[in-house]
Design a protein around this ligand. Structure first.
Ligand SMILES: Nc1nc2c(c(=O)[nH]1)N[C@H]1C(S)=C(S)[C@@H](COP(=O)(O)OP(=O)(O)OC[C@H]3O[C@@H](n4cnc5c(=O)[nH]c(N)nc54)[C@H](O)[C@@H]3O)O[C@H]1N2
Ligand SMILES: Nc1nc2c(c(=O)[nH]1)N[C@H]1C(S)=C(S)[C@@H](COP(=O)(O)OP(=O)(O)OC[C@H]3O[C@@H](n4cnc5c(=O)[nH]c(N)nc54)[C@H](O)[C@@H]3O)O[C@H]1N2
Ligand SMILES: [Mo]
Length: 590
């Protein structure tokens, strides 16, 4: 997964539980959720709009049916999130409309309740975890005179203390599954909800059991929680980069603005990449998937697709491969890069290991040309085995986790050793610079959720009919609670201006009671359309929320993306509507 998707989680999970890839994909399956889970506590929900999408494509959309079947069996769902539609109505979830960015406080309140009522699994903590005592000191308030009890949590997260206590009791003593959407970690201190989610699951003693414990990103994309493929997928050799340095992708703007300055990352101090260009002056037009040949395949999906060229490339557009081959040629390493193969020849070449593995298993293993002709090929899957957490649960001595202690790290001496105030050695409640109650909220009182769009993937095909149909007078829709709209004289369908000290954008108002009051939601991906590209504070007339979000890392540990949450104010926009120019070619382009 890329750094945006899992920036903070990808760094924190290996410290506390083991490789993120293993934990995200392999420890709790949809099939187990259907047959085993008794209570699902979905932090950030499991929105169907996200579940239909995954890198590499999806041939089987199973989330809706899985959720429905689990519900029909009697599984109890709780949605922890500011938007009611982050779980489909068919699961009849109890909605806990939390204040965004405060999940850690709620989790602490639940944990405190479990501990003080003796409902936690002490034996599990002793056998499988390390650092409980350190954390307990903080939880009970011995270290800061503030017990993290339900009353304390309620004041922060906006969920009544009685509900927190009731929820904690419901979670105990049954097959409870804690899921944590990717969105939770895409905010300031985004490491904390992931870490604290693991701690809560550990306390309930369900980690490693079928359908129980902790599942990261189950429900955020469509190919998590599905059985692994039994054969390798066609992949290109990636070679070895001669340069070992890297930068967390969410920090790229800082690197460009402050070349040469150091920054912290996961216990290291790295020096910045010195770039000369701030904006692209040269554009190399690339084909889109419909204009080229490829193999569609992905780890969680058992169907391999021969992606034939559907339309011929537009004007001078070239495949990415041909662009890079051309660049390699100019660098004098053309042959080393292409190994003498065309794109089609590469497809045939990388298909071979898959064909070979199929043949070895005595399964239908067509030659490449046959596969290409047939258009698709079903791949076998392995039996779901619950991954490293199941093995660890069975025998923690024989199958320790790949963490420093070999156990689940409720407190981490490694992280404590980094000395980061914004990510200390155990999960902790830290308020955000921009949150309800922070000084900035007096000027910008609404919390903006910039989540993934329902009508497209990020910005892709924003000019297409499906995305355009979701717009209001050509602007991206912003959902706002009727109370907040009324207080600002905003009616459904009005064009509004969202602003804060960093920038502003236009959007079309959609009034909705599916939001907690005080929250507005404007998804990402409307093509950036600045009225004046040179303005210090950008004004996007189309509705791209990234003119409003803060470009700061999650913490010194992961430096992940924090684009999900920010503070704004909204007003009706009554001026003449500026035209949308984002879909027009830039001046000078032919
Ligand atoms: N249709 C569609 N599907 C997609 C994508 C897309 O662009 N379009 N993108 C794909 C990609 S790359 C990714 S990484 C995944 C992302 O998957 P996610 O990150 O899970 O998706 P989001 O829609 O950003 O967020 C899900 C929900 O989390 C809730 N939320 C936000 N902040 C908080 C918070 O502080 N606390 C709680 N409890 N809830 C909060 C919001 O209500 C939001 O609707 O989606 C994938 N699926
Ligand atoms: N505020 C806020 N911002 C966010 C997020 C959020 O929750 N809130 N979510 C983040 C997340 S999880 C993600 S994954 C990122 C996604 O961010 P990106 O991956 O950058 O977004 P995309 O719009 O999918 O793609 C970027 C560009 O790739 C181009 N492209 C498509 N196909 C091809 C191709 O075959 N070849 C070439 N060369 N180019 C191609 C598209 O035209 C598009 O211009 O956004 C992040 N941004
Ligand atoms: Mo992502």
């Amino acid at each position: 997964m890329n750094s945006y998707s899992s920036g903070a989680a990808a760094v924190i999970l290996p410290h506390i539980i083991g490789p993120q890839a293993a934990v995200a994909g392999n420890n709790v399956s949809w099939a187990e959720l259907v047959t085993e889970s008794s209570l699902v506590l979905a932090f950030g929900g499991m929105a169907l709009k996200n579940n239909d999408v995954a890198g590499g494509g999806t041939s089987q959309h199973i989330a809706r049916d899985s959720l429905a079947t689990a519900r029909a069996r009697g599984a109890e769902f709780h949605l922890i999130g500011p938007l009611r539609d982050d779980l489909p109505t068919l699961v009849e979830a109890v909605w806990h409309p939390i204040r965004p960015g405060t999940d850690v406080a709620l989790m602490l309140g639940l944990t405190h309740t479990l501990v003080t009522q003796g409902l936690h699994d002490r034996a599990f903590l002793d056998r499988y975890c390390t650092g409980w005592e350190t954390f307990e000191t903080y939880l009970l308030g011995d270290s800061d005179n503030q017990p993290k009890d339900a009353t304390w949590a309620a004041a922060i997260c906006g969920i009544p203390a009685g509900d927190i206590i009731d929820l904690a009791r419901r979670c105990a003593g049954r097959r409870t599954l804690i899921t944590c959407s990717q969105s939770l970690q895409r905010a300031e201190h985004g490491e904390q909800p992931v870490w604290m989610g693991v701690v809560l699951a550990a306390l309930l003693g369900q980690i490693g059991l079928p359908g129980g414990g902790f599942a990261y990103a189950l429900g955020s994309t469509s190919n998590t929680g599905k059985p692994p493929l039994a054969v390798p997928l066609p992949t290109l050799p990636i070679g070895r980069n001669g340069i070992a340095d890297f930068i967390p992708v969410a920090r790229i703007a800082d690197m460009l603005l402050h070349p040469g300055e150091a920054f912290d990352y996961d216990g290291q101090s790295l020096s910045a990449w010195t770039a000369t260009a701030r904006h692209a002056d040269i554009v190399l037009p690339a084909t889109i998937t419909l204009e080229r040949e490829d193999i569609g395949a992905t780890a969680g999906d058992p169907l391999m697709i021969a992606m034939h060229r559907a339309v011929s490339p537009y004007r001078e557009a070239r495949d990415d491969y041909d662009i890079f081959a051309g660049l390699a040629e100019r660098l004098g390493i053309g042959e080393a890069f292409t190994e003498g193969r065309s794109a089609r020849q590469w497809l045939a070449h990388i298909y071979e290991p898959t064909r070979h593995a199929l043949a070895e298993r005595g399964i239908n293993a067509p030659a490449f040309d046959e596969f290409w002709e047939a258009g698709e090929l079903a791949l076998p899957v392995d039996v779901w085995d619950g991954g490293i957490l199941r093995d660890f649960r069975r025998n923690p001595e024989a199958a320790p986790l790949p963490t420093p202690s070999g156990k689940i790290e409720i407190a981490s001496t490694t992280i404590a050793g980094f000395g980061y105030a914004d990510c200390p050695g155990h999960p902790i409640w830290l308020s955000s610079v921009e949150s309800a109650g922070s000084p900035a909220a007096s000027r910008f009182p609404l919390q903006l959720i910039a989540n993934q769009p329902a009508a497209r993937l990020h910005s892709q095909l924003d000019f297409g009919a499906t995305s355009l149909a979701s717009k209001i007078k050509g602007r991206e829709p912003v959902r706002i609670h009727p109370q907040d709209a009324a207080a600002r004289g905003i009616r459904d369908g009005d064009i509004v201006r969202l602003y804060n000290e960093r920038g502003a954008c236009l959007a079309g108002a959609v009034l909705s009671e599916a939001l907690r009051p005080g929250i507005v939601q404007l998804s990402t991906g409307a093509w950036y359309d600045p009225e004046d590209p040179a303005a210090e504070a950008p004004f996007c007339v189309h509705g791209n929320p990234n003119v409003l979000t803060r470009d700061a890392g999650t913490s010194r540990l992961a430096q992940g993306c924090t684009g999900q949450l920010t503070l704004v104010e909204i007003e009706r926009f009554s001026g003449p509507l500026p035209p949308i120019t984002a879909f027009d070619p830039p001046p000078g382009a032919t």
